[in-house]
Design a protein around this ligand. Sequence first.
Ligand code: KG4
Ligand code: ZN
Length: 340
Amino acid sequence: MNKDVLILGIETSCDETAAAVVKDGREVLSNIIYSQIDLHTLYGGVVPEIASRKHIEKINQVIEKALETAGVSLSALSAIAVTYGPGLVGALLVGVAEAKAISFAAKLPLVGVHHIEGHICANYIEHPDLTPPFMSLVVSGGHTHLVNVLDYGKYEILGRTRDDAAGEAFDKVARAIGLGYPGGPKIDRAAKEGNPDAVRFPRAKVEDAAYDFSFSGLKSAVLNYLNTAKMQGQEINTADVAASFQKAVTDVLVEHTISAVKKRGEKRVALAGGVASNSALRAAMQEACQKEGITLYCPSPVYCTDNAAMIAAAGYYEYINGVRSGLSLNAVPNLKLGER
Ligand code: KG4
Ligand code: ZN
């Protein structure tokens, strides 16, 4: 009988210190996340230096808890998978240095994982039937990518954002309408009370690239709307602005995804990244997919936002494909998907 492949995943690319143990790429034995959100809320966004320091303070506890919850000792592990990019360099370095130290001390193979690949692989955790090829829309605080998942570890990027990421737009607009940080979940909540057709915000198209995204014009349109209303002494209906902005973002995300899927003759779509937990996006994508006979996969919200189970899942497929990083692994803040 084949031995179970147990991977310890480590994630510290932004403001979550996370560790998880995953069996055979799909079964989560533990998923420990220390979120620093409260700490950064004071400053209205992630402060890189504070994030790095907090990772250093928490990483050992989080890893110990992940191993203890899974009931697994270091010697039972097959490998360590760690996010080495993209992300904040100081934050990434904490995870990478920790993973290298454990790999050296416990004589375990080390596998560097791309953060976005992790987000995509979060879909494998709860959907045992999902195997490549499929289309994935990755929408997070730092990234907006439409990706054709050709095989495990093989990706073709069809579209990306030219400016702000979808999550970044949510965070900036939330700040402008006074909802605070982190903006995504707050806009999601406020929008439930608002009218998505109250204000017609622009849906940007990128001339020469049908699947690319651009959200900075939308963000400016919201800011202009708010300034104009203020100058005219009109009261702003926060819920209506939140709902209308959210609709403008989700319309574009859904339209691009469906048009790429139809063109490629693909039958499955997987959402990924923090913004994939947005209730309006999930509902709109579900409706559009149903209309076209496409199956939609979404991770549970806890696997949408940053976590280490997704890194262990991605690490598993890299590991069985023979990828080994070695102790020269370094943090790569602007790592591109598909590069090593
Ligand atoms: O994937 P993630 O945890 O971190 C990155 O890799 O960037 O994504 C965080 C982003 C933030 O911009 C946050 O506002 C957004 O995901 N987000 C949401 C929701 N939950 C988190 N955006 C819209 N609706 C949500 N419910
Ligand atoms: Zn992320």
